[in-house]
Design a protein around this ligand. Structure first.
Ligand code: UT7
Length: 319
């Protein structure tokens, strides 16, 4: 028994917000700095009150339609997010209720920007065990809600959005291999170090990042985990049709591609239009390339992500 993607969907809230628009709103930066250091030209920002489960719902409806199945057919819902609607219930349960599914196992995965590859590798194991047949795997975030808009070193980088896939039991693969790791000793270089304590927020509720430190780890571990996953699947990087990396910074993406010996025309890039949407970035990029016809059935695709934790992982699949 294997696990195969049968449908992909995504959703971005509102209109793109350009770098110049952010600067007009008071962010102390320049379009030139943001584009040169990150590759980001615009991002989407959710309206106040719009939640992760709202974005996840829209992306999920599109993925279910692409798979040609109904929400009631799902027996597993995994939602990767670091910006859930509430402390609990999980955003996955809220999504389940919006979709009108009853009875599927539903839970959130918290691995920040690596969340989608973590969630996908978990869903694959449920399906391959035979216990579940049809999973919805979603990455959705409203990172705009955890931005300090006075901190130019972070607020220009992130955006909101959601991406979803349907993963079904199948007789041919599917997911060929997955690898995931974490190193909690790096917890302080990327975090939202706040808590709810007896009804009060204590600590700092905004995203804080030592950008250069995260950059250094990211360029090392993304290429390493990508190679590890290729080895596990006996697929040399040269045989990959597409790399769909986490979209944080074009320089990290280019460095990862170079270390894998891949030219940039084999890499799906959306960071210019989406910014960093954390757990949503990989399924969003996947959906863009499926819908524009670049990713086609039978191709070998490597997904690779890294985020707070530090947590990172990769999934190699035949689409
Ligand atoms: O999704 C999770 C994974 N996250 C990542 O992978 C992010 C990894 N890190 C990065 O992408 C990069 O480190 C950043 C884009 C965050 C920063 O780029 P950098 O080239 O590492 O710049 P830096 O932090 O070393 O800052 C260089 C300069 C500093 O000024 P001084 O000290 O040289 O005078 C910053 O204050 O750029 C300044 N700066 C800015 N200037 C204009 C920092 N942010 C901005 C800004 N606009 N938005």
């Amino acid at each position: 028994m294997y696990a195969r993607i049968s449908g992909v969907g995504s959703y971005l809230p509102g209109q793109p917000v350009s770098n110049d628009e952010l600067i007009k709103r008071g962010v102390d930066s320049t379009d030139e700095w943001i584009v040169t250091r990150t590759g980001i030209k615009s991002r989407h920002l959710a309206e106040p009150g719009c939640t992760t489960s709202d974005l996840a719902y829209e992306a999920s409806c599109r993925a279910l339609a692409a798979a040609g199945i109904a929400a009631g057919d799902l027996d597993l819902i995994i939602l990767a997010t670091s910006t859930p609607d509430f402390v609990f219930p999980s955003a996955a349960c809220l999504l389940q209720s919006k979709l009108g599914n009853q009875g599927a196992m539903a839970f959130d995965v918290q691995a920040v920007c690596a969340g989608f590859v973590y969630a996908l590798s978990i869903a694959e194991k449920f399906i391959r065990s035979g216990s579940h047949k049809r999973a919805l795997v979603v990455g959705a975030e409203v990172f705009s809600t955890i931005m300090d808009w006075n901190d130019r070193t972070t607020c220009v980088l992130f955006g909101d959005g959601a991406g979803a896939i349907v993963l079904e039991a199948a007789e041919k693969p599917g997911i060929l291999a997955s690898s995931a790791h974490a190193d909690g000793s790096f917890n302080e270089i990327l975090s939202v170090p706040g808590q709810i304590n007896c009804g009060k927020v204590s600590g700092d509720p905004f995203l804080r990042m030592d950008g250069p430190a995260v950059f250094k780890v990211a360029v090392r571990v993304l290429a390493d985990v990508a190679k590890e996953c290729c080895e596990a699947a006996h697929v040399p990087p040269a045989e990959l049709d597409w790399l769909v990396p986490h979209q944080a910074n074009i320089r990290i993406i280019e460095s990862t591609a170079k270390k894998l010996g891949l030219s940039m025309d084999k890499v799906i890039v959306t960071v210019d239009r989406h910014g960093n949407t954390s757990a949503a970035s990989i399924p969003l990029a996947l959906d863009v390339a499926v819908r524009d016809g670049r990713i086609r059935p039978g191709q070998k695709i490597l997904l690779a992500g890294i985020g707070g934790g530090i947590a990172w992982g990769a999934v190699l699949l035949e689409f």
